[in-house]
Design a protein around this ligand. Structure first.
Ligand SMILES: Nc1ncnc2c1ncn2[C@@H]1O[C@H](COP(=O)(O)OP(=O)(O)O)[C@@H](O)[C@H]1O
Ligand SMILES: [Mg+2]
Length: 246
């Protein structure tokens, strides 16, 4: 297995506060990796470093073979990123957003058109692609944001709470798309608060106050900790540490 994400003691401080505290992990090609943690754990900060959008304060990392410190431009071209906040232009339609972002990725207009056709079929965008993206229901908005992140056919996808606020039916369909992408060799690094989704991941890590506190296959972690479910494990681990920190 080739690791496509490799982190070694990656750290980010904001002033005297350490948001990401020496995290180390590897993610293999084609893996669906669930990056879990309560609000404020440091997930978004870590993802932004992996996507070449924020410089680490210490430690090293490689994504798609490129160094997060010195090769962020190459990383940006090799990955797809769906930010936690909806980042498409709300006044533009999906199609217009795709043209805008396609050009930003350096794709020709005819290539963007080809990709719009392929992604629209694949993600079943239908007439939603020609509606103002800001007026779409959240499930469709997120699906559109996913298709924008796939325009340049990245081999690695970073998805920051892509299904937050999305209904269960849409969440399931969204995950079916992720599965299909993974089966084609796309590596998926995803954060979620939904434990049913975490169970779909090949491996997960749980982050707490900037540190990774456990990692492994979801079912195995549940078994090893003698928990009843992943949700119980998650809550117990965090509660335990919060009590000990007092
Ligand atoms: N630019 C920033 N300046 C100062 N603090 C920040 C900044 N970005 C994030 N933080 C802090 O870092 C911590 C982790 O935030 P974040 O990475 O967004 O966590 P998560 O995505 O797990 O909810 C939070 O306490 C947040 O307030
Ligand atoms: Mg976040």
């Amino acid at each position: 297995m080739t690791p496509v994400v490799e982190l070694d003691n990656l750290t980010r401080r904001f002033g005297s506060f350490t948001a990401v505290d020496s995290i180390s992990l590897t993610v293999d090609e084609g893996e669906i990796f669930g990056f879990l943690g309560a609000n404020g754990a440091g997930k978004t900060t870590a993802i932004r470093m992996l996507c070449g959008l924020l410089l680490p304060s210490a430690g090293t990392g490689r994504v798609a073979g490129f160094d997060v410190l010195t090769e962020s431009e190459k990383i940006k071209k090799s990955i797809g990123y769906m930010s936690q906040k909806f980042s498409l232009y709300p006044d533009l339609t999906g199609r217009e957003n795709m043209h805008f972002y396609g050009a930003a990725y350096g794709l020709t207009t005819s290539r963007v058109k080809e990709r719009i056709g392929a992604l629209s079929d694949r993600l079943d965008l239908g007439s939603f692609i020609d509606r103002r993206s800001g007026s779409l229901p959240i499930g469709w908005r997120q699906r559109l944001a996913l298709s924008v992140s796939l325009l340049h056919e990245p081999k690695i996808l970073f998805l920051d709470e892509p299904t937050g606020g999305v209904d269960p039916v849409f969440r399931r369909r969204f995950w079916n798309i992720l599965y299909q992408l993974a089966s084609e060799g796309v590596t998926i690094f995803v954060t979620t608060h939904y434990m049913d989704e975490a169970e779909y991941c090949g491996r997960i890590s749980i982050m707490h106050r900037g540190r990774i506190i456990v990692r492994g296959e979801p079912a195995r972690l549940v078994r090893e900790h003698g928990s009843d479910s992943l949700e119980d494990l998650f809550i117990d681990l965090i509660k335990e540490r919060d009590i000990n920190a007092r």
